[in-house]
Design a protein around this ligand. Structure first.
Ligand code: MG
Length: 237
């Protein structure tokens, strides 16, 4: 022990505030909308597949997801889905884009407490417009020394941030709900990571095969447990 953490990185979606539930709700609504054309399981799997392959074309975020919903509607209805259905899909997207930001339990208090002792950095990936809007509505910006919007959370991307802010990887701890984006890339370049699993996490973010086998990272159930973990790590406990 006796680990000296100086900077704590936080993922945002489903680590600080709810996100995936918005997608699940829209997915359910799409399934209902397309129920005259296809079985629910098929609609869901087609949408998942389309969404995943569209990341490479449109990136992450609600607008990308919306195009995937429209593609799914057209494909699974064999082109018979019309203006009404497309209008409905657009209304799902508008609802997602205008929804309030709901903070997860314990976030506000924990950030307020940690910001006194550590430099906090929010690192969020996705559509810039959507993420900026959420940061603004969350009221959390005041706790963060740095806020970084990135396209993908790769080891190289984290490395770039370490260089940009002259951070020692050994003094950096990343906190998030995605093994793929928040945990694996950070520990692979010498940082530390705390995994906080979230009940609704997109399979794309949890499926890392065997890449984490034998790698050391920490896991807690709730962000409120983070101050105690940091205390233990510092060896003062
Ligand atoms: Mg996340």
């Amino acid at each position: 022990l006796g680990i000296k953490i100086e900077t704590i990185g936080f993922d945002a979606d489903d680590t600080l505030w709810l996100n995936e539930t918005l997608y699940l709700q829209a997915k359910q609504d799409l399934i209902t909308l397309l129920s005259p054309y296809q079985e629910p399981e098929l609609i869901e799997s087609y949408l998942d597949k389309t969404e995943l392959s569209n990341i490479r074309v449109y990136g992450y975020g609600i607008k990308s997801f919306t195009l995937s919903m429209i593609e799914t509607a057209l494909e699974l209805s064999h082109g018979t889905a019309g203006a009404d259905e497309i209008q409905q899909v657009i209304s799902f997207a508008r609802r997602m884009l205008s929804s309030d930001v709901q903070l997860l339990e314990g976030v506000q208090e924990t950030l307020a407490r940690l910001a006194i002792e550590y430099d906090l950095m929010m690192i969020t990936k996705g559509d810039l417009f959507e993420q900026e809007r959420k940061v603004e509505r969350s009221g959390l910006a005041k706790y963060f020394k740095y806020i970084e919007y990135v396209g993908e959370k790769t080891p190289h991307r984290y490395q770039t941030l370490f260089v940009k802010y002259a951070l020692d990887p050994a003094g950096f701890l990343m906190v998030g709900n995605s093994l793929r984006s928040d945990i694996l890339p950070v520990i692979s370049i010498g940082g530390r990571a705390v995994y906080i699993p979230y009940q609704h996490t997109w399979s794309h973010e949890t499926d890392v095969g065997t890449e984490l086998d034998g790698r050391k990272f920490y896991q807690i159930e709730n962000i409120s447990q983070l101050p105690d973990l940091l205390h233990d790590l510092s060896g003062r406990g």
